[in-house]
Design a protein around this ligand. Structure first.
Ligand SMILES: *Cc1c(COP(=O)(O)O)cnc(C)c1O
Length: 388
């Protein structure tokens, strides 16, 4: 099955692959959209006589297979695996790659839940980690020990929009014989292709841009190496946090418009960044598309455009940052990101409250935007009135 879709990948552009990979018309009805196989078990034709390899929906489900084939094709990998959430995908990956005594290098800016999983859950099983500035490949190299099994990186990072050079880090990882994991949630495969740049594993919260409509929670892993793919698939089934059929279907549907959505997210974000950069109440704008961003050149090299996530710091400190979040009307105050609707949040008190007091603590005057695909003038006007 996957070979046919890798042919689709080889011969066609991203938008075509997004719409067709995994989306084979149903052989009996011709339905152009995969069915939601809301089923737990499958009739066997005699003991062990499985149809298409399906025996139980934790181990495999046709709707999930459609999504997994699509994910593999989009990231240019050999195997995609869909999970119940981004954190479920991360948990499966961490427990597949690491055993007690092993060591991990993690970024100094990351999704709060990723840091919580590593520092509070995985660390209890005897895995230890070093926090490093992953925008500096030399700092990552210095953080490696003889027990290191993987380097974890998020680029652009959440919420500070830091940029790490995937190809350079892949070089560091290869030289040390460790694996490079890239959380590609902020960029999506349309803007950035980590496997092609040398990464070993791509992680996604499909809750965000892949689903794209704030109506599903999901996660994914994509890999190129067959042995690692088999180990991950074994653990996915053994641990059981799989994506359900309806959730898989929603993500697969969302992905069909990923390219056009990402183009608009990026275009709207660029207009907002321009306005914020000239606003007297804004002390700093964090966006990889800005020429003065320290990771701008690397981002320009490894990303198609700079995406829809923008963070900024507000004059007047924490109280004023919180007040701006309270005053928007088109931007909805809420956690999460990557949906068609614009969201605003205060990372220090919301998404990143769990990293307070750690090396990953975020500035208290920081506001994070997930710029949606509404009319850009409406978004600009809303932020201007909220800034006062
Ligand atoms: C949201 C998010 C996650 C976690 O995904 P869930 O689907 O919420 O479990 C991981 N990484 C990044 C960058 C995220 O934004």
């Amino acid at each position: 099955m996957s070979d046919r879709h890798s042919d689709v990948r080889g011969a066609h552009g991203f938008e075509t692959v997004a719409i067709h990979a995994g989306n084979t018309p149903d052989p009996t009805t011709g339905a152009v959209v995969p069915a939601i196989y809301q089923v737990s078990t499958y009739k066997q034709d005699g003991v062990g006589g499985l149809r298409g390899g399906y025996e139980y929906s934790r181990s495999g489900n046709p709707t999930r297979t459609a999504l997994e084939e699509n994910l593999a094709a989009l990231e240019g990998g050999r195997r995609g695996l869909a999970f119940a959430s981004g954190l479920a995908a991360e948990d499966c990956l961490l427990r597949t790659l690491l055993a007690p005594g092993d060591h991990l290098v993690i970024p100094d800016d990351a999704y709060g839940g990723t840091f919580r999983l590593i520092s509070k859950v995985v660390a209890r099983w005897g895995v230890d980690y070093t926090v490093a500035d992953t925008s500096d490949p030399a700092a990552v190299r210095d953080a490696l020990t003889d027990r290191t099994k993987a380097i974890w990186v998020e680029t652009p990072s959440n919420p500070l929009l830091g940029v790490s050079d995937i190809a350079a880090l892949a070089g560091v990882a290869r030289a040390a014989g460790v694996r490079l994991v890239v959380d590609n949630t902020f960029a999506s495969p349309y803007l950035q292709q980590p496997l092609a740049l040398g990464a070993d594993v791509v992680v996604h919260s499909t809750t965000k841009y892949m689903g794209g409509h704030s109506d599903v929670v999901g996660g994914a892993l994509v890999v190129s190496d067959q042995e690692l793919a088999d180990e991950l698939a074994y653990h996915q089934n053994a641990m059981g946090a799989v994506a359900g059929p309806f959730d898989s279907w929603l993500v697969l549907r969302g992905i069909k418009t990923l390219a056009v959505r990402m183009d608009r997210h990026s275009a709207n974000a660029e207009r907002i960044v321009e306005m914020l950069s000239g606003h007297p109440k804004v002390t700093k704008v964090l966006y990889p598309g800005l020429a003065e961003h320290p990771g701008h050149e690397v981002a320009a090299k490894q990303m198609r455009s700079f995406g829809g996530m923008v963070s900024f710091q507000v004059a007047g400190g924490e109280e004023e940052a919180v007040a701006v979040c309270d005053r928007t009307e088109v931007f909805t105050l809420g956690e999460s990101l990557g949906g068609v609707e614009s969201l605003i949040e205060h990372p220090g008190r919301m998404t990143h409250a769990s990293v307070a007091g750690s090396q990953l603590e975020v500035p208290s005057d920081l506001v994070r935007l997930s710029v949606g695909i509404e009319n850009a003038d409406d978004l600009l006007a809303d932020l201007q009135q909220a800034l006062g």
